[in-house]
Design a binder for this molecule. Structure first.
Ligand code: GUN
Length: 301
């Protein structure tokens, strides 16, 4: 079969995440029955951003479904930085809370770094605190950002646990995805290129990648002829675009990768939706269990 006819294996993140959540529920039950402790996750949502409201609702639902305590704190869009910091401080000191997540983005009057760095690093299930980013960068035990961790779990599920020497290209350099995913792949001994909007000859950079991670937020930007035959393609993009074929005013989700052309060339590829997206919350639930075990001095699952 020529490369042109190849159809990539679809990486089913939805099914993988469902499986993970079932395993997490078993771990939670064991922690409860053996130690009388219930892992607890607190989520703070400031304002009424519709996408954030959906994420927070899903996080709360899945946290409870796994048997953990889910606490949700909604603050008005007019909340001050001091008010949010006071809430974080209260949760830092609450022994029933093992994980704290402040949904981003925050309203303009609030400095995100001030808030993130006020979270106790041990309860920082997002892994965004400078202490955790520093620990990750220096190979120390860290809380790791959830979407990047989910990407690496999917990559290993396809390529196996040893990624040593593989060439990885990460497109995007955000603190939430691009930088930490590059760091994680470097820690797996990949040869990592961090590409971004100023990168020259981006298609050529991409064509060298055994592992291509796209996290740019530009719909269908990466085309099939940018992909090395057989590569593992991880699409982190979630872009809402007009879908007139579904009716007037209808929208649909697409990734940063042009799926139709890329899946003719790649060895494996995540779809959007149903690829990386569902992994984020599953990794968050796993991080909450990890934080609980570390804080309570229990053996980590
Ligand atoms: N907003 C978009 N993604 C994330 C995430 O992973 N964590 C938080 N806290 N906010 C987000």
């Amino acid at each position: 079969m020529s490369d042109v006819q190849r159809v990539a294996k679809k990486i089913d993140g939805k099914a993988f995440a469902e499986n993970m959540r079932r395993r997490i529920a078993v771990q939670v039950e064991k922690i409860k029955s053996s130690h009388g402790i219930t892992p607890g996750l607190a989520v703070i949502l400031v304002g009424e951003d519709p996408a954030s409201q959906v994420y927070v609702r899903n996080k709360g639902k899945q946290t409870a479904e796994c048997g953990m305590t889910s606490l949700e704190f909604k603050m008005p869009a007019t909340a001050t930085e001091e008010e949010v910091l006071a809430k974080v401080e209260k949760l830092n000191n609450d022994s029933d809370v093992h994980g704290i997540l402040v949904q981003l983005p925050l309203p303009d009057q609030i400095n995100e770094a001030h808030v993130i760095n006020a979270i106790s690093p041990d309860k920082d299930v997002d892994g965004f605190h400078v202490i955790n980013t520093g620990r990750l960068a220096t190979g120390q035990k860290a809380m790791v950002p959830c979407t990047p961790a989910g990407c690496v779990v999917l990559i290993k599920d396809v390529l196996g646990n040893d990624l040593s020497g593989l060439k990885a290209v990460v497109i995007g350099r955000s603190n939430i995805v691009g930088k930490p995913v590059a760091q994680l792949l470097l820690n797996e001994n990949c040869t990592v290129t961090q590409a971004h909007s100023r990168t020259k000859n981006l298609p050529d950079e991409c064509r060298a990648a055994d592992i291509l991670v796209a996290a740019v937020g530009r719909p269908n930007m990466i085309e099939g002829d940018w992909v090395k035959p057989g590569a593992c393609v991880i699409d982190v993009g979630i872009n809402r675009i007009a879908a007139p074929e579904r009716g007037e005013g209808k929208m649909r989700l697409v990734g940063d990768v042009d799926y139709e052309s890329a899946c003719q060339v790649a060895g494996s590829i995540t779809p959007v939706p149903g690829g990386v997206g569902p992994m984020t919350i599953a990794m968050l639930l796993a991080a909450t269990v990890t934080a609980c075990c570390r804080i309570e001095g229990l053996v980590e699952p």
